[in-house]
Every structure is written in structure tokens, then in C-alpha cells.
Design a protein around this ligand. Structure first.
Ligand code: NAP
Ligand code: MG
Length: 493
């Protein structure tokens, strides 16, 4: 059985509570994979103290060398992909192919962030004064807190920690309790790359104790969080009391719009990939299809035919299967959402139940589930389920109604349109209220070198990844240099 220890100031150690959290395999819940140490608020305070000391040295390392460190971490992860992917699959449930893909995404993000280490970081700005040079430079924030969810347990931490370090910050990282093993392997890669002690610190424990202690510590200048809206809003409110900066990436209710002229085969393939890939537990998962009535029937025939071919099972033994949902609580919450959709009158056309006979070692498998004739005002059309559940919403009012329905939710992470009409494509890009949008491709995914994040209730605090990713983790200083003695010469400021 594995033991997951805190990593503080370059040392692996237990938290001071003496208590542990079990890590179980959602495909075989009686299998205990390991246990993670549970930390106290004192453990967090100590990690912050040591991080603050380490940061004062780290900031003196030239930016290209900080980037080179991230490049080393990327290479280590690349070499270890076949070791890390099974750990991810066993503790989170996504199939091996998806787990490998996620590790490679972390590699891409770190490589891209490393390359940013050699790029310009500021602007030269013309002055109204003679003989005056204005430029901008960046300074780090100091110690930053990183709080992450279980659904992308390696690439989300990588896309936050990488930019934070590039900007010269030190990090206190609290991973999701459900996925401690992947967090440990990520931090080990930083250790092996030779990152100075204290620059990245890993602290295990609950959101309510460790998470809150990070958010409340006055020395933590900023918190980058990905997870649920409920927790994100609570973090934002707590951090506001002491004017700490927050970056929040939260829920989604991502639609695929299918217009009458779409390539239906492509649209079906994208919908299935978006809705059921990673068991629907992606923030960018497709959870709604908004489709013109004239193509609704042929689309449904193809969709059902395709979705019935999805294999559900343990992603360790079948690297392409749709794995379980992550734990009992998520399992119950997805089944409750299905029940509530039935009660509000959505028409269940596929799935809707657990896969396998109930028993102590039956995995948390839920069949790919599709509801048809969903109305935009139903809960199923508005609230995030975070599981393999898709709502199909036929519309009669053409493109305009499709856009109205797409935008009629609180969230705004990702969306997609299937059409061949270039005017509609451009109008959609102007009008849809999502931070990421796709044309003739699935709602899921995001490349390391492109900004990622949502609008409305999904996101706050600036885009992650891409060259915008590091911006959250630094302050901009504006420097004026007068080499003309403007005061003496009587030039007005
Ligand atoms: P969650 O319950 O909000 O947890 C996220 C993280 O916050 C975990 O590390 C959790 O710790 C911690 N936490 C819990 N309560 C806290 C508190 N009071 N103070 C500080 N930290 C606290 O979310 P989740 O269930 O892990 O993840 C699923 C959600 O993430 C979904 O809503 C999904 O849409 C969203 N998500 C969004 C994106 C995006 O980019 N927009 C990406 C991925 C996921 P514990 O694990 O110890 O509870
Ligand atoms: Mg687990």
C-alpha cells in the first residue's frame, strides 16, 4: 500500500494530525491503493513559512533558468508516462489511454511554459517627456496557493504550478483528497529535477482544514483554484477579506449546437466523445446538444447507435473503456440527477442506471445516459451533472433560438457548433457566451499554448495556459527613467 506524505522544504513527512485518508479505486472500491497523511493548519503555516524563505532565493534565479527547470520536469514526466498513467487510472477511474493523454498534456504545458522563460516579459512605452524611458517589468507575488480537483489531477496542477514558478513564486499545493498518488508523482518530478527545497510544497488534507488554512494565511498572496462553484465562491469571499488575488475555474454546461446543414456523422462522433469521454467528468464535457428540429430524428438515430457501442468497464484492463465515476458520492449525485431529470419529464432514451450488480466491490459504473426532448428550463439543461449524462434539446427557432438556448445558463466554459455556413460560424463566435469555442470539433480539450478558461459563473481571474497563463502570478511594475533632467529643465510632468 502506498503512503502519500507531505513534501515540505524538500522533505517527505507526515502531517501533524496522525490521521490518514484512504485512496480507493473507483473501479473496485474495496481495493485500497494507499493512504495520504492528513495535515493541520499548523502544517500549512509551516509550509508557508518555508516557502516564503525559499522564494527569496528562487526569484534570484534568472527567468530562463527557471524555465529550464520546468523543461526538466517535463522530460521526467515524459519518461515516466507509463508509470504515472496507471496510478491515475486506478485512483481516478479514467481509462489508460485518457490517463496517458493527460500526462502528455502536463508535459506539453510544462514545455510551453519553459519556452516562455526566454520570451520578452514587458513593454517599452513612448513617453510624453523628452529623454524619458518607460518600460514595464514583472515581479512575483511571493507565496501562492494552488488548490486543484480530482478530475485532471496531474495536468491542472502542472498548468498552475508551472507558470507560478516561472514568475518566481513559491507554491503551497493542496491536491484533491481523492487523487493523492498523481499529485505525489508530479511533485516527485520537481524534486528529481533538482528544484530547490521549499519552492514547491505539497500539503495533503481536507479542503475545509488545509484549503481554508491556505486561503486564510496572510502571507499567501494569491490562490489559483479549479473545482466546484460552491467552493470557488467560498474561497473568493474569504480571500477578499484580506485582498488576496484569486483565480477560479469552475463548472460548465457546455453545448454542441447542431444546425440543419451539419455533417451529422461528425457531429455525432464529437458529441459522443465530448459527453462520454473521461466518463463526462471533464469541465469541458458536452452536456447539451442543441439541435434544429429538421435534423433531430436522423441525428438521434445515429447518436443512439454510436453511444450503444461504448464499452463501460475498468480502464486498466480495457484502455479504451468508459471508466467509473470517481467515488460513491459522485455516483449518488449523478444517479440523483438522472432521477430528477426523469421526474421533470425529460425522455430517457439510453442508460440511466448503474452498470453491474450492486456489491461491495462493484465499481461506480454508470451507463452512458441520454435524455431527449429536454426543455431549456429544466434543471437537467441548466445544472452541471459531472457524469456521463447528455441532454438533447431540439429547437424550432433556427440559429437564433439555438444561440439563445446555448447562452441561457449561468456557465460559460466551452461550446461547439456544427455547420458548414461561414456566416453562421462567425455570428456564433461573436454571440456565444463561452471562453472557448469550437467549430466542427468537440467541446473538450485545449492546447497548452492557447488561453483556457470560462466566462460568467465559470471563471474569474484571467486565463490559464498559453502566454496569458503566467499573468495571474505576477505584478507589473512600470518604470520611468528620466535621462534629460526634466524637472531642472522645467518640463511639466
Ligand atoms: P471541489 O469539491 O470544489 O474541490 C476542488 C478542490 O478544492 C479540492 O482540492 C478540495 O479538497 C478543495 N476544497 C474543498 N473545500 C474547500 C474549502 N472549503 N476551501 C478550500 N478548498 C476546498 O471540486 P471537485 O469535486 O474536486 O471537482 C469537480 C468540479 O471541478 C466540477 O464542478 C468541475 O466543473 C470543476 N472543474 C472545472 C474546471 C475548469 O477549468 N473550469 C476543470 C476541472 C474541474 P478535497 O478534495 O479535500 O475536498
Ligand atoms: Mg481514489
Amino acid at each position: 500500500m502506498d503512503q502519500y506524505l507531505n513534501f515540505v522544504n524538500g522533505q517527505w513527512r507526515t502531517g501533524s494530525t496522525g490521521e490518514w485518508d484512504e485512496n480507493r479505486n473507483p473501479a473496485k472500491p474495496s481495493e485500497v491503493l494507499g493512504r495520504s497523511t492528513r495535515s493541520s493548519t499548523a502544517d500549512v503555516a509551516e509550509a508557508v513559512t518555508l516557502a516564503a524563505t525559499a522564494q527569496r532565493e528562487w526569484v534570484r534565479v534568472p527567468r530562463p533558468a527557471r524555465g529550464a527547470m520546468l523543461e526538466k520536469v517535463a522530460q521526467i514526466l515524459r519518461r515516466r508516462v507509463d508509470e504515472i498513467a496507471p496510478v491515475l487510472t486506478r485512483e481516478e477511474g479514467k481509462c489508460l489511454n485518457e490517463a496517458r493523454g493527460e500526462v502528455m498534456k502536463a508535459v506539453n504545458v510544462l514545455e510551453f511554459t519553459a519556452s516562455e522563460g526566454r520570451r520578452p516579459t514587458g513593454q517599452v512605452i513612448p513617453s510624453d517627456m523628452p529623454g524619458t524611458f518607460i518600460y514595464t517589468t514583472r515581479t512575483p507575488l511571493g507565496v501562492v496557493g494552488i488548490i486543484t480537483p480530482w478530475n485532471f489531477p496531474i495536468c491542472i496542477p502542472a498548468w498552475k504550478i508551472g507558470p507560478a514558478l516561472l514568475e518566481g513564486n513559491a507554491v503551497v499545493f493542496k491536491p484533491a483528497t481523492l487523487t493523492p498518488g498523481t499529485a505525489m508523482l508530479l511533485v516527485k518530478a520537481f524534486e528529481e529535477a533538482g528544484l530547490p527545497p521549499g519552492v514547491v510544497n505539497l500539503v495533503y488534507g481536507s479542503g475545509s482544514v488545509v484549503g481554508n488554512a491556505i486561503v486564510d494565511d496572510k502571507r499567501v498572496a494569491a490562490i489559483s483554484f479549479t473545482g466546484s462553484n460552491e467552493v470557488g465562491i467560498a474561497i473568493h469571499a474569504r480571500a477578499a477579506k484580506r485582498l488576496a488575488r484569486t483565480q477560479l475555474e469552475m463548472g460548465g454546461k457546455n453545448p454542441v449546437i447542431v444546425l440543419a446543414d451539419a455533417d451529422l456523422d461528425q457531429a455525432v462522433e464529437a458529441t459522443v466523445m465530448g459527453a462520454f469521454g473521461s466518463t463526462g467528468q471533464r469541465c469541458t464535457a458536452t452536456s447539451r446538444v442543441i439541435i434544429e428540429r429538421s435534423v433531430h430524428q436522423p441525428f438521434m438515430t445515429k447518436l443512439l447507435e454510436r453511444a450503444r457501442r461504448i464499452k463501460v468497464g475498468d480502464g486498466m484492463t480495457d484502455p479504451t473503456a468508459m471508466g467509473p465515476v470517481v467515488d460513491m458520492s459522485q455516483f449518488r449525485s449523478v444517479l440523483a440527477a438522472i432521477e430528477s431529470a426523469r421526474l421533470e419529464g425529460a425522455k430517457l432514451v439510453l442508460g440511466g442506471e448503474r452498470v453491474g450488480v450492486e456489491g461491495p466491490n462493484t465499481g461506480y459504473f454508470i451507463a452512458p445516459t441520454i435524455f431527449d426532448e429536454v426543455k431549456p428550463e429544466m434543471k437537467l439543461a441548466r445544472e452541471e451533472v459531472f457524469g456521463p449524462v447528455l441532454a438533447v434539446i431540439p429547437v424550432d427557432g433556427g440559429f437564433d433560438e439555438a444561440i439563445r438556448v446555448a447562452n441561457a445558463v449561468e456557465y460559460g466554459l466551452s461550446s461547439s457548433i456544427y455547420t458548414r455556413d461561414i456566416q453562421r460560424v462567425m455570428q456564433y463566435a461573436d454571440r456565444v457566451e463561452t471562453g472557448i469555442l469550437h467549430v466542427n470539433s468537440p467541446t473538450v480539450g485545449g492546447e497548452a499554448q492557447a488561453p483556457f478558461g470560462g466566462v460568467k459563473a465559470t471563471g474569474l481571474g484571467g486565463r490559464e495556459m498559453g502566454s496569458t497563463g503566467p499573468e495571474f502570478f505576477c505584478e507589473i511594475k512600470t518604470v520611468y527613467i528620466d535621462y534629460n533632467s526634466n524637472v531642472r529643465q522645467g518640463n511639466l510632468y
